[in-house]
Structures are given as C-alpha cells and as structure tokens.
Design a protein around this ligand. Structure first.
Ligand code: FE
Ligand code: FE
Length: 171
C-alpha cells in the first residue's frame, strides 16, 4: 500500500525533474525577451532554480534518501506550450507579455506542488524538510509576484504606446 511518505517522495522526485527542466529551458527564454527588466528577473530565476535543485538534494537527505528524478509530464507540457507561444510571438511587440504568461504558468505549477510538499513534510514530522520546502515555496511565490508587477508595468506601457500612436487622449 502506498503511504503518505511514498506520495511525498514521488512528488519530490517529480519536482526534482521539473527544476532541472526549467534550468535547461530558461536560457532560450531569456534570449527571446526584449525587455531588460524581464531578462534580469529571468536571469535571477535561473540562478535561484539552480539553488533550488541543491535545496531539494537536502530534502532527500533529510529523509535519508538519494536524490532521484521522476519524469514530470506536466512540466514537459507547460514548457512545450511556453516554447510554442514564445516562438509564435518572436517578432511581436507582445513577446514580453507572452514570456511572462509562460513563466507564470511554470510558477503556479511549482507553487501548487511545493505547497503540498511542505504540508506533507509537516504531517510526516520532518521539520528540516518542511522548512527547506517552505523556503522554496516562498521563492516561487515571490518570483510570481515579480512577474505580476512586470506584467502590469508592461501592459501600461503598451497601452500608452497605442494611445500615443492613435493620437487619442487618455481619459
Ligand atoms: Fe523552482
Ligand atoms: Fe509533475
């Protein structure tokens, strides 16, 4: 019978795989961005993702387990869809908006997953693992908020450009 610990270790291996895939996907996404602030934020996420892999190594260790990756079909799909939307908008002024939406989908999957992992580590009475997972969860939430703020600023700029181009006045 599968226990909560099995479920936890399975999900942990899934996120171990996800973080590796995100690290591999980010350089191409950073290159596609035309907004310097967004590039900077993504660069920071890439470094943070590398550190998160090391943090997950410590979570496995807190359960006396060897780190292992289990293929995450969801992250493969989210990244593939992101790649598609970014390719389709390469020449568009909406390229940065496309990148932000793709990145936020990744972040939301991570937030849901780490939220569960954190709660399960607490239920399994492993406070060391729980505190590391909470750290990662907070990083993902913060990254999502950064993308949100950038998106709001970008949308405003785009609307102002449209307004200026058409000569219309802002109400
Ligand atoms: Fe992450
Ligand atoms: Fe998954």
């Amino acid at each position: 019978m599968n226990t909560l610990k099995d479920l936890f270790l399975n999900e942990l291996s899934d996120m171990y795989d996800s973080e590796h895939r995100i690290t591999k996907a980010l350089p191409k996404i950073i290159k596609a961005a035309t907004c310097q602030e967004l590039q900077g934020a993504l660069q920071h996420h890439m470094e943070e993702t590398g550190e998160q892999v090391a943090k997950l190594d410590r979570v496995f260790a807190a359960f006396d387990e060897q780190p292992r990756a289990k293929k995450c079909p969801a992250m493969i799909g989210i990244l593939a869809e992101g790649d598609e939307i970014i390719s389709k908008n390469k020449k568009s002024p909406a390229i940065n908006a496309a990148i932000i939406s793709a990145a936020q989908k990744v972040k939301h999957y991570e937030i849901a997953s780490y939220g569960c992992l954190h709660a399960w580590a607490q239920e399994l009475d492993n406070s060391e693992a729980a505190s590391i997972l909470e750290e990662i969860l907070n990083e993902e939430k913060h990254a999502d908020k950064t993308l949100n703020d950038l998106s709001a600023a970008k949308n405003e700029e785009a609307l102002e450009e449209v307004g200026a181009g058409s000569g219309s006045e802002k109400s």
